[in-house]
Design a protein around this ligand. Structure first.
Ligand code: ZN
Length: 414
């Protein structure tokens, strides 16, 4: 009956070797890098895509203009302050709130394929020419007048020392005393893939992450978890959309840092790892054909082995299936098992492009970890449980877990 599908057919002439972590020979401006997403003929039906009007889509491949997400990525990191919010303590200490944890987070999440190099050619506070309040910064549209001015002032202040062509993205770590507390308003924001950006040294500063305040919930974990806003913001420069919505993190919970970046460490969804070029073609199975097929999945936190089964529904949507366990960046998993979620490439950032299916709906969840969405914490399916979408004629059953911790899933589609 069930045949073990291993789809390694006909890898197209697309290199995935950019994931080897070797340095790129020449400086790359933001967005100029190749998209090294794993693809093969067998994966083609799973390469869903959104309508071009979608600003930031879950579709694969990610369109051009974003920062390359494999190989060596150079992150120009500037610490800025203002006359009405002078930096307290050293700028180096502000930098150390985010590094080396951010580097380590990307190394772990990418299985070593993203080699993140933060650079601080200006080690002290870079003073802006105007007081903070005169820029009128609030969480707003990319490069609205205040932001455009701020970026232009950053470029002008840094330009004598910095060659912007030598970097792939820009991190601006704002002195924490500028603006409101992150407990009241999170101002941190990223402008990604924006060709209208101000130009420095002939290249647009089109992929820039701004971090304000401190994401300190007072639980005493800031030293361990406060950096996580930066990998979230940098996720945008690599083309990933926000998975939380106006209602909060109820669509995806703590299963992806683009959904929740406060609290315990978490990983990215397998879908995002494919999108970013961190999985090979033979680690992804595209369940496009009718019938029943059985697959093995290895924990997403462990390098190597099959990671993702995708069940396409049409050219824009599908179900993703992956195994989540405690390990790697995933430290809050309280019910290991098979996570099933719907991806809709036609839904824009912040509008709920991904929805996790809760195997234990209404249970209240299995975690008490602060800032971890509780209800979805026990969402994974365990052996003996089945996800059903009768309208589409799809069943996904978890059939077994073996001693190595790998799981078997059976996908049936009409
Ligand atoms: Zn975001």
């Amino acid at each position: 009956m069930a045949a073990l599908a291993s789809v390694t057919a006909l890898t197209l002439a697309v290199s995935t070797s950019a994931g080897s972590g070797r340095p790129t020979p020449s400086p790359t401006s933001a967005g100029a890098g190749p998209i090294s997403l794993a693809r093969s003929a067998a994966l083609a039906p799973c390469m869903i895509n959104g309508h071009p009007s979608v600003q930031m889509s879950e579709g694969v491949p990610t369109p051009g203009g974003y920062t390359r997400s494999t190989g060596t990525v150079r992150a120009l990191t500037l610490m800025i302050d203002f006359s009405d919010a002078p930096g307290r303590g050293s700028a180096r200490n502000r930098f150390r709130e985010f590094f080396p944890q951010t580097q380590a987070w990307f190394r772990t999440a990418s299985y070593g394929r993203l080699d993140y190099h933060p650079a601080t050619p200006i080690p002290g506070w870079l003073r802006m020419p105007k007081p903070f309040k005169e820029y009128g910064i609030d969480r707003g549209a990319p490069f609205d007048p205040g932001y455009r001015e701020l970026v232009q002032d950053i470029v002008a202040a840094a330009d004598p020392v910095v060659d912007f062509r030598a970097y792939d993205l820009l991190n601006v770590l704002v002195t924490p005393n500028a603006g409101p507390s992150a407990l009241d308003t999170v101002l941190s924001v990223t402008f990604a893939g924006n060709p209208e950006a101000p130009v420095a040294d002939g290249v647009p500063v089109s992929n820039a992450s701004f971090v304000y305040s401190r994401q300190d919930d007072g639980s005493g974990s800031y030293d361990k978890t406060g950096y996580r806003v930066l990998p979230h913001e940098n996720g945008h420069v690599f083309g990933l959309p926000d998975l939380y919505t106006q209602e909060g993190g109820g669509a995806v919970g703590h299963w992806d840092i683009m959904s929740e970046d406060w609290g315990a460490n978490n990983d990215l969804l397998g879908w995002h790892k494919w999108k970013l070029g961190w999985l090979d073609a033979d680690q992804i199975n595209c369940a496009a054909a009718p019938g029943t097929t059985e697959y093995t999945l290895t924990p997403l936190s462990r390098a190597g082995g099959p990671k993702l089964v995708f069940v396409p529904l049409d050219r824009r949507t599908g179900y993703a299936v992956e195994l989540r366990t405690r390990g790697g960046n995933d430290e809050a998993v309280c019910r290991p098992g098979i996570l099933i979620y719907k991806v809709d490439a036609d839904v824009d950032t912040g509008m709920g492009p991904i929805t996790v299916h809760d195997s234990q709906r209404g249970s209240g969840g299995c975690t008490r970890s602060p800032n971890v969405h509780a209800e979805l914490s026990d969402a994974p399916f365990v052996p003996g449980e089945t996800f059903k979408d009768p309208k589409r004629g799809i069943r996904i059953s978890v059939t077994a877990a073996d001693l190595e911790g790998d799981y078997r899933v059976r996908v049936t589609r009409r």
